[in-house]
Design a binder for this molecule. Structure first.
Ligand code: PLP
Length: 414
């Protein structure tokens, strides 16, 4: 049966989070028996309940007549209007609800479908269209490109380049590596970044826009974490704060992270009308929109005081949890003074102790010994080797428990 499926699908790796979930489930009975029931710090999914307003509205709208039907693929008008208002507030830019915004079943679906719409699938690696992606970066980008029959090229994000690499340099390196720059179709950027938590400057966004204009490629800005910044953090900018960015860019937003609505699957893309239009057309052959009560509730929370307060409180909570972990790891010998914990997202990106050869070796040891579920940095790209990611999404008590388990079980940075 397997051979019936195309080469691109067959080359997919099991999504790292699913692999980790399976490993954890297999070990759970044994870990629980020794008092180390798994604490998951793997998925980027906040555990807190979504805003009460959203839950109440979904219940209310689910009981309203006409809410059960198919919906408009690009989103119902009330949601698009609410998104346009939100974008205007963020950027000062007007977005046309008919042509420049498309609702999504979560931003992941939208990014994957847009990449699929860009690439002409080719089986020969040398003929493939190229998408530039951050490395380390969200693990799905690479697989999205691969399953579309394209080729990803990692842009190294390092402390030395302050996580804002020189893009002209990237193009030169790509050519040095024997790739054809004319095959590049898009640049994906993601700030605040998963897994690093890094924020970029507005000047860097300006450079990214100019780079994409110069090379006539699409700028795909993934802003899933744009609202997750701590007090005193530099502003996380939308690409549309850059004059004229619509001629080369689209930007993806999610309700998952700021409102803890991961399972309700809703987000949006906005920007270049041709790109948004093509994505909408492709989606119309694949899905049939988002359940109306979710769209309604999402449009109610988006520009509301309750929504803004919810996000502010969530960010304060992530900051408190980060402090617990940062202090805890410092006490275990991690060089936290050199690490500069991020002021955005709910991720912490730390080096593995030098005695381990690979990140996977370390995260496997921590899981098997202490029941703490981490993600090896290598899952986020070649530049992630030697690091691991921790999602600071469990309760404060669980974060304290993580630190005390690691201490009891003898984990130290040495
Ligand atoms: C960088 C980034 N983009 C997009 C997504 C997808 O989010 P969703 O599909 O829930 O909107 C995630 C989820 O972890 C992410 O980390």
């Amino acid at each position: 049966m397997k051979e019936l499926f195309n080469d691109y699908v067959q080359s997919l790796e099991t999504y790292i989070m699913i692999q980790i979930k399976m490993d954890t489930a297999r070990l759970a009975p044994e870990l629980t028996a020794k008092g180390r029931a798994p604490i998951s710090l793997a998925m980027g999914a906040p555990v807190e309940k979504p805003p009460q307003l959203v839950t109440d509205k979904i219940i209310e709208y689910a009981q309203t007549d006409g809410m059960h039907t198919y919906t408009l693929v690009k989103g119902e008008n009330y949601l698009l209007e609410s998104i346009a208002k939100n974008m205007k507030k963020r950027t000062g830019v007007d977005f046309d609800v008919k042509s420049e915004i498309c609702a999504l079943i979560g931003s992941k679906e939208g990014i994957a479908n847009l990449i699929r719409a860009l690439i002409n699938p080719k089986s020969n690696m040398d003929d493939r269209d190229i998408v530039l992606i951050p490395d380390p970066g969200y693990a799905s980008y690479k697989e999205m490109v691969k399953v579309s029959g394209g080729r990803s090229y990692g842009i190294p994000l390092t402390p030395e380049n302050n996580y804002m690499p020189d893009l002209d340099e990237v193009m030169k390196n790509l050519e040095k590596d024997g790739l054809d720059k004319n095959k590049v179709k898009a640049l994906v950027i993601n700030y605040p970044n998963n897994p690093l938590g890094a924020i970029c400057t507005k000047e860097y966004l300006q450079k990214a826009v100019e780079f994409c204009r110069k090379h006539k490629i699409l700028l795909i800005s993934d802003a899933a974490y744009i609202d997750l910044t701590f007090e005193g953090a530099p502003k996380a900018h939308s690409v549309f704060e850059i004059e004229g960015a619509k001629d080369t860019a689209v930007e993806f937003f999610s309700f998952s992270k700021p409102y803890s609505m991961t399972g309700w699957r809703i987000g949006w893309v906005c920007g270049n009308p041709e790109a948004v239009g093509i994505l909408g057309k492709l989606k119309s052959t694949i899905d049939t929109g988002i359940y109306k009560p979710i769209q309604k509730a999402a449009s109610d929370i988006l520009n509301s005081q309750e929504g803004d307060e919810y996000i502010a409180e969530a960010n304060r909570r992530f900051e408190r949890k980060q402090k617990i972990v940062v202090d805890g790891f410092k006490a275990l010998g991690w060089p936290m003074d050199k690490i500069n914990p991020p002021k955005a997202t709910f991720y912490l990106w730390l080096p593995i102790p030098p005695k381990y050869k690979t990140a996977k070796e370390f995260t496997d040891d921590v899981l098997q010994t202490s029941g703490v579920v981490l993600v090896p940095g290598s899952g986020f790209g070649n530049n992630g080797e030697g690091w691991f990611r921790m999602s600071i999404v469990a309760s404060e008590d669980q974060m304290k428990e993580v630190v005390s388990r690691l201490k009891e079980d003898g984990f130290r940075f040495e």
